[in-house]
Design a binder for this molecule. Structure first.
Ligand SMILES: C[S@@+](CC[C@H](N)C(=O)[O-])C[C@H]1O[C@@H](n2cnc3c(N)ncnc32)[C@H](O)[C@@H]1O
Length: 198
């Protein structure tokens, strides 16, 4: 059965708010700096579209987004956002200047390198990846640990393995020549990696 967190954007957003606590907003603020004004951007695995609605829309970007979860796609469309259903594993990725993947690379373990390569081929300028290196499933808080488990929704093929700083560094070592930015969040929970397409 699909994890309840993915049943509705509201449930998803509540879970994210609870797990990130006081870092919930700074998570987006740090990422927003990497998206240029008026950019042509495709966000993959966009979830509840919180980042676009609260941080990107005001930058007048040409935005579209995709997710495997049709509930999230439907909710985005209801907000007049150009959204479509897509499975990153099996579908072609539309070409775009910038591609963004936030908090979702671990879904593709152990094929994460192939996925990064696939996304690099689809973007004309930059691929921006933000990834969690804080494993909620191991949290001392039983509720956070439970939510961490629920993010590992088997229906979406997510691996229960999460990244650590070491494993993320190892993954990106194959793309070293493309990396123009490697930024760790002040709370050491996330890393933003910006890669040039060429
Ligand atoms: C942890 S959420 C991250 C959502 C949002 N980017 C954020 O950071 O709040 C992961 C998202 O990836 C989507 N997803 C999982 N597997 C996918 C796949 N194979 N193709 C496309 N989307 C996928 C899920 O539906 C979910 O919305």
């Amino acid at each position: 059965m699909q994890s309840p967190i993915y049943w509705h954007p509201f449930l998803y957003q509540s879970a994210i708010r609870f797990t990130y606590g006081k870092h919930y907003i700074s998570r987006y603020k740090q990422l927003e700096k990497h998206i240029p004004k008026h950019a042509d951007l495709l966000e993959l695995c966009m979830g509840d579209c919180f980042f676009y609605l609260n941080f990107l829309r005001q930058k007048q970007i040409n935005y579209k987004c995709a997710d495997i979860n049709e509930v999230f796609v439907k909710a985005a469309k209801q907000k007049q956002i150009e959204a479509f259903q897509l499975n990153i594993f099996t579908d072609d990725i539309p070409t775009c200047d910038y591609i963004l993947l936030q908090g979702s690379l671990s879904y593709f373990i152990p094929h994460e390198k192939q996925i990064i390569q696939k996304l690099l081929v689809a973007c004309r300028k930059q691929l921006i990846i933000s990834e969690n290196i804080h494993n909620l499933s191991n949290s001392r808080s039983p509720i956070k640990s439970w939510i961490g488990e629920k993010f590992s929704a088997p229906d979406f093929g997510q691996s229960k393995i999460k990244f650590t700083k070491e494993t993320l560094t190892k993954t990106f070592s194959d793309f070293k020549s493309r990396i123009v930015c490697w930024e760790e969040s002040p709370d050491n929970k996330e890393i933003i990696i910006v890669l040039n397409a060429n």
